[in-house]
Unconditional design. Structure first.
Length: 234
């Protein structure tokens, strides 16, 4: 009897256990399907997010390029419409400055042993003035009917001879001093020319003024070349 009861109980529990197993299988399948669906949705959302980010970055880049191109075109149009105005860093160059620049560009530095002709002429002129002044004093020359003081003659002659030596050696200060002397000579003989009362007064001053002025101009160019850097060997 007991065995029959156990068998009967087993037969009654078998359908229940099969139903429970089926229910468990269905629950596990639903949970797996739910998990798979959730993972699929997350992957789809991530893909959509990355695609949206890429599209946004592409749109921003194209918009920035378009704005930069538009700004460039606007600047070019504005510069084409507005006349060019000189700035503080690039001041306008006048005709005189352009001419001076052209003259400076044409100058060449002195070569070793070179001495411009104006320098030679200036040195010889200084020596002639110094020596001629002494010779005239010794010969008894008079100024306004009187013999000049010996001290003044000696000092002037010594200064002119020393100036001639400096000019010959192409010292900048000596050449500049000779140019000052020539300017004074031109001014003095211009006044004498205005007060001329005879033929010599109308002939001599213009000759001296022309010669001194010509030598002055030549010395300006020579002085510029003296200031330039010289090649090695001098």
């Amino acid at each position: 009897m007991a065995q029959r009861s156990r068998k009967r109980g087993r037969r009654q529990r078998a359908p229940e256990e099969a139903a429970a197993a089926a229910a468990g299988g269905r629950a596990a399948g639903e949970m797996a399907a739910t998990a798979e669906g959730r993972a699929a949705r997350e992957m789809a959302a991530a893909a959509e997010g990355s695609a949206a980010g890429e599209m946004a970055a592409t749109a921003e880049g194209s918009a920035a390029r378009e704005m930069a191109a538009a700004a460039t075109v606007t600047a070019e149009l504005r510069s084409a419409r507005e006349p060019a105005t000189p700035t503080a860093s690039t001041p306008p160059v006048g005709r005189s400055e352009a001419r001076n620049a052209a003259v400076r560009a044409s100058l060449k530095p002195l070569m070793p042993g070179e001495r411009p002709g104006a320098i030679t002429a200036g040195a010889v002129l200084c020596w002639l003035l110094g020596a001629g002044n002494l010779v005239a004093y010794v010969a008894g020359a008079k100024i306004a009917g009187k013999h000049p003081a010996a001290g003044g003659i000696v000092i002037f002659s010594a200064l002119m001879i020393a100036l001639g030596v400096g000019v010959w050696r192409m010292w900048y200060g000596a050449v500049l001093a000779l140019m000052v002397v020539l300017a004074i000579v031109v001014a003095l003989f211009s006044l004498l020319w205005l007060e001329a009362s005879n033929v010599l007064g109308y002939i001599v001053p213009p000759l001296i003024i022309g010669g001194a002025g010509f030598l002055f101009v030549k010395l300006v160019r020579a002085l510029s070349r003296i200031q330039m850097p010289r090649p090695p060997g001098r």
